[in-house]
Design a protein around this ligand. Structure first.
Ligand code: KIV
Length: 275
C-alpha cells in the first residue's frame, strides 16, 4: 500500500509503529521498498556512508538531488523524504522554499527533512505553505556538529531537555508532519512523543518513539568507520559481501569463472570465415 503523510498521521493515532530506513540508490531503494518500510529517507548521511566525508557538511544540493532521483525510481510504496543539506535552508526562507521545491519538482520526492528546532520554524512554515510536507529533526543534528562539539547525546540536563520539548511543540505548530529524534535519552523521547500529536521517528531515542529509522549500512554492518551505541546489526551483510568478492577474485584467478553457463556461443562457421 502506498504510504503518504496521512499514513504517518494515522499511525500516530492508532499507535501503529512506523518504520523508516535510509537509501541512496535505485537498487537498494527497490529492496527496501519491497520489504514494506513506511518511509525511505535519502539522508545527507550520504556524505559519510557513500561519499566518505568525515561529516555531512560537504554534501550539496546537487549530490542530494542526484541520489534522491535514483531512490524515487526504485520506490513504489514508501514515502520518499529528501534530506535538505547544510546551507540549503539556513541562509534564508527563500532558499529553504526554493531548495525544498527542487526535491519535489526535480527529484520526485514527496517530502523533505531539515534539521533544527524553533530557529528553523519560519522555514518549516514557509515550506509547508508551499504545499511541501516537512519532517523535522531535533536532538543530535549532525549539521550542527561544530556547534555541538561532536556527535553527542543531547538533552541530558533540564535546560536542554526543556528546550527539546519546546522545540518539538513549536515544530508541530509550524506544520511539520513528523519529527526525527536523534540521540536523546529514552525517557525524554517518551515525553516528547506523548506531548505532540505528530509522530516521532527515533534514532538512538528509545522504544517510546512512534517509529524508528536507521542508516541501512549501519544496520547491515556494511559501514565500519564507527558504530554508534544505538545501532543494532540486523544482518552481517558486510561479511557476506567480503566473502562474495573474495570468491570472485579466487575464481577469476583460478580460471573457473566465467564457466560455459556464463558465456555466449558462436557458430564455428562464423569463426572459420574469419581466417
Ligand atoms: O541523514 C540521515 O541519514 C539522517 C538520519 C540518521 C535520521 O538524518
Amino acid at each position: 500500500m502506498k504510504n503518504t503523510i496521512s499514513t504517518f498521521i494515522s499511525a500516530k493515532k492508532s499507535g501503529e509503529k512506523l518504520t523508516m530506513l535510509t537509501a541512496y540508490d535505485y537498487s537498494m531503494a527497490k529492496i527496501i521498498d519491497e520489504c514494506g518500510v513506511n518511509g525511505i529517507l535519502v539522508g545527507d548521511s550520504l556524505g559519510m556512508v557513500c561519499l566518505g566525508y568525515k561529516d555531512t557538511l560537504s554534501v550539496t544540493m546537487d549530490d542530494m538531488l542526484h541520489h534522491t532521483k535514483a531512490v524515487v525510481r526504485g520506490t513504489k510504496n514508501a514515502l520518499v523524504v529528501g534530506d535538505m543539506p547544510f546551507m540549503s535552508y539556513q541562509t534564508s526562507i527563500y532558499d529553504a522554499v526554493k531548495n525544498a521545491g527542487r526535491f519535489i519538482q526535480e527529484a520526485g520526492a514527496t517530502a523533505i527533512k531539515l534539521e533544527g528546532g524553533s530557529i528553523v520554524c519560519p522555514q518549516i512554515r514557509a515550506i509547508v505553505d508551499a504545499q511541501i510536507p516537512v519532517m523535522a529533526h531535533i536532538g543530535l543534528t549532525p549539521q550542527s556538529v561544530n556547534i555541538m562539539g561532536g556527535f553527542k547525546v543531547q538533552g541530558k540536563n533540564s535546560i536542554d531537555a526543556r528546550k527539546l520539548i519546546d522545540d518539538a511543540k513549536k515544530i508541530e505548530a509550524a506544520g511539520a508532519f513528523a519529527i526525527v529524534l536523534e540521540c536523546i535519552p529514552s525517557k525524554l523521547a517518551d515525553i516528547i512523543s506523548k506531548e505532540i500529536s505528530i509522530p516521532t521517528i527515533g534514532i538512538g531515542a528509545g522504544v517510546g518513539c512512534d517509529g524508528q529509522i536507521l542508516v541501512y549500512q549501519d544496520m547491515l554492518n556494511m559501514f565500519s568507520d564507527f558504530k554508534p551505541k544505538f545501532v543494532k546489526s540486523f544482518a552481517n551483510v558486510g561479511d557476506l559481501m567480503r566473502d562474495g568478492f573474495k570468491s570472485y577474485i579466487k575464481e577469476v584467478n583460478e580460471g573457473t569463472f566465467p564457466s560455459q553457463e556464463h558465456c555466449f556461443k558462436i557458430d564455428n562457421e562464423v569463426i572459420n570465415k574469419l581466417y
